[in-house]
Design a protein around this ligand. Structure first.
Ligand code: ATP
Length: 277
């Protein structure tokens, strides 16, 4: 059996008929999704495609209107405690305990996760070191920068060594040096057989990191599979993505004839109202 067949037979995540509506707005329209274990999986899509809503339902943070989600074979909404013990989550707009230091936050997370104190200390020291936060470990989280917050959030999500790690836009607001550090940690983690599922709209990043992608648009999955298969004959994932989401040719800006014309009244006329001298 090929690796792909094995990975799909025992997937990290299996989603069936998942729906979420907010009033009249359909955020997720009955999607089916199978994400293989032991891979770097990218969930990509334009703004408002439904990525965050999907990840929230998959990780037990948002109750679906309909459909099922299994993580490593366990139903997320029937047995949330069992699933939450096996996953790590770095949600979008993560709220942290601001009045704790980075080190205290990890100690607290370790206790919540039921990890013995000495083991928490050992893991926390290593994570802080690898993520280059050791010098700032006694600083309050409220004083952390955006990138530092992502890194301490990632450390907290990894502390209990989850089988599957879900990250919503993990590289947003992160400088290239920190991004490289985060990337190294995630690569090491997947090499050990764990699964990373992350959402992003940065195609170059997804293309360089992921071996499996699912593309969402307007609440639906428009493609899913190994990166090379989804990219197909297109020169890059970005080109394949633009075709898949039907965005080629859009946004060239021809309609904005007033923009950059130097005036406030608009009109492709040097910015002057017609008739003005
Ligand atoms: P982005 O890349 O911009 O973060 P996304 O793919 O993560 O977008 P979602 O945040 O899942 O998209 O949003 C999907 C749709 O659902 C959007 O139209 C959004 O406005 C709507 N939506 C999401 N959350 C809510 C909410 N709590 N109340 C009302 N509408 C919502």
């Amino acid at each position: 059996m090929s690796d792909d067949v094995v990975a799909e037979a025992d997937p990290a995540v299996r989603v069936h008929g998942l729906w979420k509506r907010f009033g009249q707005q359909v955020a997720v329209a009955g999607i089916d999704l199978t994400l293989p274990a032991g891979r770097f999986v990218g969930l990509v899509g334009p703004n408002g495609a439904g990525k965050t809503t999907t990840l929230s339902m998959v990780t037990g943070l948002l109750r679906p209107d309909d459909g099922t989600v299994e993580v490593r074979g366990t139903d997320v909404w029937r047995d949330p405690v069992a699933v939450k013990a096996r996953i790590g989550v770095l949600p979008e707009g993560l709220r942290l305990f601001e009045r704790l230091s980075g080190r205290e936050l990890l100690a607290y997370t370790g206790r919540l996760r039921g990890i013995p104190g000495a083991e928490t200390d050992r893991r926390a020291a290593q994570l802080l070191d690898v993520l280059d936060l050791t010098a700032d470990r006694h600083k309050l989280v409220v004083d952390y920068s955006t990138g530092m917050r992502k890194k301490i959030g990632l450390a907290a999500a990894l502390l209990h060594n989850p089988e599957v790690l879900f990250l919503d836009e993990p590289f947003e607001g992160v400088d290239p040096v920190s991004a490289q550090v985060i990337r190294g940690v995630l690569e090491r983690y997947t090499q050990s057989g764990a699964t990373v599922v992350f959402s992003s709209h940065v195609m170059e990043l997804v293309e360089s990191l992921c071996d499996w992608v699912a593309v969402m648009a307007a609440g639906r999955i428009v493609a899913q599979g190994p990166l090379a298969e989804v990219r197909g004959a297109a020169p890059s994932l970005q080109d394949a993505f633009l075709t898949l989401v039907g965005a080629t040719g859009r946004g060239s800006g021809q309609d904005l004839d007033w923009l950059g014309s130097g005036g406030v009244n608009g009109g492709g006329n040097g910015g002057r109202p017609s008739g003005a001298k």
